[in-house]
Design a protein around this ligand. Structure first.
Ligand code: ADP
Ligand code: ADP
Length: 224
């Protein structure tokens, strides 16, 4: 069974903009899957449909076997989303940010588990500092920890390294690989081919809302 199955997905925004057209994707469990395409291709729209933030116009989507229409709670619980924009309460500490978020999921507060999440992204030293005092890179790492609070089997990162320096990019990649080694299916969007090549075992390319190709990274590189 697929980690994520997208069948005939279309999205027309209010005003008539067709962002995604009849998109079919099967994202295998255990993979690091790259959704690649230029600005405006429909990547964020697709991710936002998975996240439940954008209502699809047509098509079927299931996450870890749960249909997002028929079983939205289980679908939502199966996926962690690291959004493009950084947002969390600047007055909370990283520790509080994760505990409050766990509370939203009905996960009992558990100090040890919260510290483990922070350790996984090397933020243990900042656990009790205000989030506003974190660097940009630390904030992104906190978002990764936040997305993993409910231990979802799938982690989706929307343009994780856009506007991020080389050192932090390497750091983020190594976290992503580590999580994947632990069995988490990773989906990321990027408009950097180089990033997708180095990180992903399978790459889908979309353009103008249409799927152009979807194949193992090695085959894609052989073609080029
Ligand atoms: P990306 O960096 O993924 O290309 P954009 O810069 O296109 O994203 O869009 C940033 C945000 O603005 C997104 O939340 C998107 O939904 C919204 N947005 C983009 N284009 C439009 C539009 N034409 N009308 C309204 N909102 C838009
Ligand atoms: P990408 O993430 O690949 O850059 P998006 O999914 O953000 O692409 O955008 C796909 C197309 O849909 C773009 O033309 C964008 O301007 C448009 N779009 C995105 N969000 C909205 C929105 N909320 N309302 C209207 N158009 C949007």
């Amino acid at each position: 069974e697929a980690a994520i199955l997208i069948e005939g997905l279309s999205k027309v925004y209010q005003g008539g903009k067709q962002a995604v057209t009849d998109l079919n994707l099967r994202i295998p469990r255990g993979s690091i899957y790259g959704l690649l395409g230029p600005n405006g291709a429909g990547k964020s729209t697709t991710i936002n449909v998975l996240a439940g933030l954008v209502r699809k116009t047509a098509g079927r989507v299931s996450i870890w076997g749960f249909d997002i229409d028929q079983d939205p709670l289980n679908a939502r619980a199966s996926i962690g989303i690291v959004p493009q924009e950084i947002f969390f309460d600047p007055f909370f500490t990283p520790f509080e940010t994760l505990e409050v978020y766990a509370g939203l999921f009905g996960i009992p507060k558990h100090k040890r588990r919260t510290m483990e999440l922070l350790e996984a992204v090397h933020l243990e030293d900042k656990a009790f500092s205000h989030a506003r005092s974190l660097s940009g890179g630390m904030k992104r790492r906190l978002l990764v920890a936040k997305a993993m609070v409910a231990s979802p089997p799938v982690l989706v990162l929307d343009e994780p390294t856009a506007g991020v320096d080389i050192e932090l990019r390497q750091q983020l990649w190594s976290y992503v690989k580590k999580l994947n080694d632990q069995g988490v299916t990773i989906v990321l969007t990027t408009h950097y081919l180089e990033e997708a090549e180095q990180l992903c075992d399978r790459i889908a390319i979309i353009n103008h809302g249409h799927l152009v190709t979807d194949q193992p990274t090695r085959e894609l590189l052989d073609m080029a």
